[in-house]
Write a protein that binds this ligand. Sequence first.
Ligand code: FAD
Length: 503
Amino acid sequence: MTGKRRILIVGGGTAGWLTAAYLARALGSAVDIVLLESPDIATVGVGEGTFPTIRETLRFLGIDEAAFVREAGATFKQGVRFRDWLQAPADDHRHSYFHPFEPPFAGDGANLIPHWLAQDAGARPSFAEAVTIQNRVADAGRAPKQAGEGDFEGPLNYAYHFDAVRMAAVLADRARELGVVHVAGRVLDVVLDGGGSIARLDTEAGALTADLFIDCTGFRAELIGRALGSPIHSVADQLFTDRALTCKLPYDRADAPIESATIATAHAAGWIWDIGLAGARGIGCVYSSRHMDDDNAAAVLADYLGPRAEDVSPRLLRFQAGWRERQWIGNCVAVGLAGGFLEPLESTGVVLIEAAAGMIAELFPHHGPVDLPAGRFNDLMTARYARIVDFLKLHYCLSRRSEPFWRDNADPASIPASLKALLDQWRYRPPSRFDFAREVESFAFFNYQYILYGMEFRTDLPDGRGDAAEAERQFARIRSFGDRASRDLPSHRALVEQMSRAA
Ligand code: FAD
């Protein structure tokens, strides 16, 4: 019998603490886990939106939902409301569509999509409104569940918005409870052995060794980047945004309604996120520095904020869309921003952390060479990033806006070949579950359907598929369920306040 393996996680942002708690929970006392973080290097501190996978993660970690809502300042997210992505706003018209987390209604085996496609495009309700009640519930300012429902459960699918700094603290508390040892100190030097692996870290807290080093040092990528030299595979020629100006805006009144969807409003060279947190709105102007300079982005943000722009001082964050070509090298694996980042759209940062932590836990070799899973891990993470690029690009490339940023996004040369191939097929049939391989996919076929049809993409199907009268009955049921749910579910603010009090 050899001794227990030791895992050293470097970095105390969302990536570090989520990975620490996850591995401690999954691997239990079979490993020793230490997390080192520098108190002097701030975390990125944004990352307010999530995807419904987070519920399964929090449940797995054994976190209480009401306590989480209170301590992370969390609110409920039912999807993303996109404004002005198809067309720039005109005096008489503003285009908007919803990407709900709830799949299209498929009760009684109904497939409503062909019937929605067959309806008159000028007269039918939007796709999301026709096939799910979530559009209406979110628009009515209602929550996706009642307070008494079980932890992480409800009639409608949901994720959260939260304060990223407070979220890291919640995860840190749980990780410590699960046995993770926390060490404060900065990495001063990464000492390599002769074979390209890490021999030890020289830190302010002394020399530290481990069997596996997990780099969660954010964009600094101290281990995987600076020490091991894994280059970044850039996809900046496909996803153009590379900067964000972020701020927090307090609500006008203490009882102001809280949106339970991210509002994503397009502008001339990117988009603005607007997130309803418990105590304030989190707002960020995302843009491409190739298409807009910082002063103009500040003006776009100020215009969005209106007269209250004077009360905030936005913070500038730079990023580039891409990922490390090899995220696991020898005895080092990167998780979070150290491994890669695409852009804030659709909140894939935490999704990628969850995927990486889950894979490390399941592939972890308790004996033998620690780099045995490296090849598989790198292949799966690379494929996952590439699949997300397709999904994000879909939001941009169907736009009919005329500004250079949007024209460049619609240029076929900027569209990945894999997405082009799917779009060719989707002209003749809707996105299907057979389009995607689950192990590497963060989004399901219906997420693609919501974006595609929200952006008014045309799929030509022959008439005469299925029972049209039955489909009409189903559409009517969805409308009446939607009316009832919008009356019966509590307001979003009421649920957040009630759960915060209950904890
Ligand atoms: P960081 O938060 O940067 O943490 C790095 C840690 O490493 C810190 O604790 C630091 O002290 C430590 N460290 C660094 N160097 C050293 C050293 N030498 N020695 C010791 N410790 C060190 N994700 C989402 O899911 N949803 C979103 O809506 C979203 N929006 C985003 C918007 C923007 C503009 C950006 C840039 C990112 C966004 N993300 C989002 C991504 C999300 O912020 C990150 O995935 C998440 O915060 C994880 O960051 P991290 O832990 O990898 O890095």
